[in-house]
Design a protein around this ligand. Sequence first.
Ligand code: X5A
Ligand code: ZN
Length: 682
Amino acid sequence: MAMATALIYDEEMTKYKLLWVDPACKIEVPERLTVSHEALVRSGLAGRCVSIPVRAATDEEVLLVHSEDYLEAVKKTPYMSLEDLMTFTQQYGDVYFHPNIYHCAKLAVGASLQLVDNVMTGRLRNGMALVRPPGHHSQSSAANGFCVFNNVAIAAQYAKKHYGVQRVLIVDWDVHHGQGVQYCFEDDPSVLYFSWHRYEHRRFWPNLRESDYDSVGRERGAGFNINVPWNKVGMDNSDFLAAFFHVLLPVAYEFCPDLVLVCAGFDSAVGDPEGNMCATPDVFAHLTHLLMNLAGGKLCAVLEGGYNLTSLAQSVCQTVQTLLGDPVPQPAELGGPCGSALESVHCVRSAHRRFWSCLRHAADPPASQLSTERRKASGKENNGEEGDDEQEEETEEGRAEQVSWPEPPRRVSPPVRTAVVLPDGVACPDGSTPFGPQRSHDPPTADTHGRCIALVEKMVKNEMNRFNVLKTLLVQISRKEPEGQKSKHRIPVCLKEGCGDTAGFMQAVLGLLLPVAYEFDPGVVLLARGPDSGVEEGTWQHLTCLLQGVALGHTLVLLQENERASISPTAASLLGNPAPSLGPLGARLPDDVEALERLRRMLQAHWKLLQTTEAAWPSFCPTGTAPHTQHDPMKSRARLVQVSIKPVSFTSGRVTAAAARVDSCVLVPRLPVHAVTVGPAP
Ligand code: X5A
Ligand code: ZN
């Protein structure tokens, strides 16, 4: 498969602007595109992408989503006087026209279609289109919210028509609700639309009843429209990741798209005057990474909003760098989702539980009396203080652009991405580097055990975390029964039919392992596969890929010597190749879903990212204390978290010296796996 990432940009799309005074539209400026593109050029990322020319969409393509009358009306705008343009504009909400916007809108659609063409033909792996005007608010016969034609909706229809794509996932991480996309696919089960958006119980633009969590789609499309309304501003990385772990990802894996389109708006990032959210630009690296193994890696991101030029440019860079396959940054301090976010997640999960097997055990809908609408003081952003919501918003509105945040740390591509330690006579997989005595400058540890240790040392060099302690996440996949005491740091997951049940396995990975891994924030991940684990190769690759979201991708994989066929697929995953599509996941075994739910509820007092419901709700926390407000002194001292999916046993030891830097590796030790000792100082 082709490795490259497409970047589509054309300066022409900067050549229109607001020609009159309109406070609602003044933030949508040409510089949004120039700063984003310049940042990509300056950081060297643009140079690593394949640049694809834009083209103008044809009438036929625009008509895939829009009405003829609307297209004909927009066609006349290049010839209108300023006054006529203003009048034409007035029939729509929060949008402006300009003599050149029709031309740019055709290019924005064409750019999105160029991206789809390149990705669907397999010429390029994935890509991003930097476009203006944005698209997700525009509707069949209406411009809206700076949008003229619905770029992403047209792209989805086009992919279905020209490539016979059966299932498209549209992820709309823009801070506004893409109601135009929702209207387009509401009754269409072949397009799953997910959108989170600032809502504030309908007080935020576009103030639509149908943006709430209970708009799930209709008729055959019921279940294929997922709205996560944010009812407070100030949502942060934890809130966004919680929505991914507990809503989007399980459903997306169950849905199994052939193509992923992202309405990539960055007004959901910190500093944006529209969103007033607190997610840092590096969260987009994680959002991108978590989607990159769906649809065999076929992901097309199309720019939507983003109005703080600094935060926008940084977020665009994070997204593109992740598409290029560079290791993702360490997830910033994840304190767990706030009460209001949890309430939203809870509502969405219960609204969708009848459609998706992965949500079947979601909690009942909340009693309306307990809604955040009535409890202004809940959530972290106004910590216990009573206050008038409206007034508070205005203050925050004014502050948004003055908020400061640290520039995301530079992300580096390691010189050696994946090293392998192999028994004699096993060929080194493509793209990997053999590690061992065959390289003269390596330590003279001839045995595999010694080489394992030396490799771990290399991986963690200069990557000690802020406590200056090496935290290790140990993930063991095995057929054996779990042994030893369960605790918050030792989590055995037992699946009824073992790891061969892909639906159950992925549920455990997405809903339990990843949230714990992200919150734990390890310095290194040890992923060990015991003998005859029963896990399918493709599923294993997904696990390997997904776990690289933590520990800067420092992943050590241990395979059994007799599983040589797994070496290449594993190395491919460590090298950043997308895992193969798993096919739509069937129903999870009720026993497994229930066991996992039970485990999650048990652990969520400690691991806040496991929460899917506000713990203060009576059914889950009879005492009424929210566990996530308690500080757990043990957590910062914990150095090892072990998640075992039918575990084998490991012992802790000490890692000492260090040498050159390696990011990930595959090991096929001669010794039994349990002889490898890695861990904290005693
Ligand atoms: C694409 C986008 C926002 C429109 C806001 C109007 N549109 N108040 O972010
Ligand atoms: Zn937006």
